[in-house]
Design a protein around this ligand. Structure first.
Ligand SMILES: [Zn+2]
Length: 114
């Protein structure tokens, strides 16, 4: 039997792919969206190191894989949840773009002027 979501008051089942997160699809995507927003702000501040950016890049890829598994293996996903998964994918892709742009800025700053 599927476990229930760990969010207070939520009785939605936790799909096998999200067992380690302990959340239903809706709450997992909401939390991931918030995390992506926080990371986007962190990237925008421009104070994080190249190592931190690599860590964030791995995070984006890992979460994208989790979302792909949730979207393709969870039975009976409603259209609303499918839509949420796609929207969260878009958020991850946008975060990836921010990381690439930040890496480009860092590279142009580190190139010495002639
Ligand atoms: Zn939930």
């Amino acid at each position: 039997m599927a476990t229930a979501c760990s969010n207070p008051g939520c009785k939605s089942p936790v799909p096998a792919e999200l067992e380690s997160a302990g959340q239903c699809v809706l709450h997992f995507t909401q939390q991931l969206e918030r995390t992506c927003w926080d990371l986007r702000l962190e990237i925008a501040r421009g104070t994080s190191s190249a190592a931190r950016h690599a860590e964030l890049s791995d995070f984006v890829a890992d979460q994208g894989e989790v979302l792909a598994r949730v979207g393709t293996r969870t039975p009976k996903l409603s259209d609303e949840l499918k839509s949420r998964i796609l929207a969260t994918f878009l958020t991850l892709m946008n975060l990836h773009e921010h990381l690439e742009r930040a890496a480009g800025r860092r590279a142009s700053i580190s190139v010495p002027n002639p």
